[in-house]
Design a binder for this molecule. Structure first.
Ligand SMILES: C[S@@+](CC[C@H](N)C(=O)[O-])C[C@H]1O[C@@H](n2cnc3c(N)ncnc32)[C@H](O)[C@@H]1O
Ligand code: SF4
Length: 417
């Protein structure tokens, strides 16, 4: 598989060179030439730590949260002042960790961002089911949050417990959500757990839509090498079957697929922090994607705070894209959203998609992975499956390696992927 993806990457990017990340740390970020800019803020605190979770997080304490918030506000001022005037951006997402733990501080953080950025497409935040109560939801709404995502994992005790979490009580969630409604209420599920069948997933999704969700994210369980989870990934064939059945079920329910893993009730319910052509990331482990570079902040909370106190950006690693690498990276995330628009590609790169990737797109059409739709290409269910296959490999080969290193070294010298 590694050989195959390396060959595909070499063919598509026109270079055998890997993506090389080095310890460069710019003092200025230029983002005046970034179309479709989004904002992301990382909140690395949780009440308790789940043994399967790869994200950058630590146990919440009021002292750590206070020091972190002060640094975050300072980082926003530093980056915001790098450009004159207020920059128009799309959405703002708070990810974690569990951002809802900082619900009382979000108003300040959002207000500070709004000094520099005009947010035109809503604000999203992640919650643990324990945060779904009238008080926290009201605080989030008053701060300006319009979309929420709740980490359910499974309503069924046997699968929640195998992840070491209590099973959320749907009636409790529904009651709080009825009191404080949001434009999008997304619920996260993990599938491909040992013994899980399509009936279990159907039951989970039906429970979600009957208790306040209008959007769901259904992620395959990933057994990251550094998490020490006792649960192991389901064998490929079984997972493939489950994914096919799940996609078919969502289709028969009339759900709209808005990315590889997300399905929504008809209407405009969206929740996606990842599918932006460019974005600025604030906080530890946050990433920033600019026109020609990609940056990752340090994963260490104390190192993050120290850098900011010294008036420096907390970037740990930077990669500079060749133009072709940048196109491939762009297409990867557009494919994740299941649609690639020719006019958007032309606006971003000033060249035609069909000219740049004629052979690759012809091949993908012949194999039945994509089909023409409006001014672009839509991933077919077959294409979505193979994208999932590739993404799973990419996650294990690239993200697992990078995050594994970043968890132990606040500022590594370099990483090659
Ligand atoms: C940052 S966490 C969610 C928010 C909140 N802290 C919670 O746990 O409820 C984002 C989502 O990533 C997914 N996730 C975490 N670890 C995973 C893994 N090993 N494999 C697949 N999905 C995972 C879960 O569905 C989780 O809800
Ligand atoms: S799954 Fe959520 S609550 Fe659990 S450690 Fe990860 S971010 Fe924290």
């Amino acid at each position: 598989m590694k050989l195959l993806t390396t060959a595909a990457r070499t063919w598509l990017t026109h270079t055998p060179a890997p993506y090389r990340f080095t310890a460069e740390n710019d003092s200025i970020l230029r983002y005046d030439d970034c179309p479709g800019l989004g904002l992301y803020v990382h909140i690395p605190f949780c009440r308790s730590i789940c043994n399967f979770c790869p994200y950058c997080k630590e146990r919440y304490t009021p002292e750590a949260a206070q020091a972190y918030t002060a640094a975050l506000l300072q980082e926003i001022h530093m980056v915001g002042r790098m450009q004159s005037g207020r920059t128009r951006v799309g959405s703002l997402y708070f990810g974690g960790g569990t951002p809802a733990l900082l619900a009382p501080q979000l108003r300040d953080i959002i207000a500070t961002l709004q000094e520099y950025y005009e947010i035109t497409d809503g604000i999203g935040a992640e919650l643990h089911p324990a945060d779904v109560n009238e008080k926290t939801l009201t605080q989030l709404k008053a701060a300006g949050v319009t979309r929420i995502s709740i980490g359910i994992q499974s309503f069924l005790p046997e699968f929640a417990h195998c992840l070491g979490r209590p099973a959320p009580q749907p009636e409790k969630l529904a009651a709080a959500l009825a009191l404080v409604p949001f434009e999008t209420v997304s619920m996260d599920f993990i599938f491909a757990l040992p013994g899980q069948k399509i009936e279990h997933i159907r039951q989970d999704l039906d429970t979600a839509f009957a208790h306040g969700a209008n959007h769901v994210a259904v992620y395959p369980f990933i057994d990251f090498s550094f998490t020490g989870s006792p649960v192991h990934a389901m064998p490929g064939r079984e997972k493939h079957q489950l994914l096919d059945n799940l996609t078919e079920y969502c289709k028969t329910r009339g759900l709209v697929r808005d990315s590889i893993w997300t399905f929504a009730l008809p209407g405009n319910h969206r929740y996606s922090s990842m599918t932006r052509d460019t974005f600025l990331g604030f906080g530890c482990s946050a990433t920033t994607l600019l026109r020609d570079s990609f940056k990752i902040n340090t994963f260490s909370v104390p190192a993050y705070i120290e850098r900011i106190r010294n008036g420096q950006l907390p970037t740990a690693l930077t990669t500079r894209f060749t133009r072709r690498q940048r196109m491939v990276y762009y297409l990867f995330w557009r494919a994740y959203s299941t649609f690639v628009s020719k006019s958007d590609f032309k606006d971003f790169f000033g060249t035609k998609l069909d000219t740049e990737f004629r052979t690759a797109f012809c091949l993908a059409r012949l194999l039945g992975y994509i089909q023409h739709e409006d001014d672009g290409y839509r991933l077919t269910p077959r294409g979505a499956y193979y994208f999932h296959y590739f993404e799973n490999f990419y996650t294990l080969a690239y993200i697992d390696k990078m995050w594994g290193i970043m968890r132990h070294s606040a500022f590594p010298e370099s990483i090659e992927l």
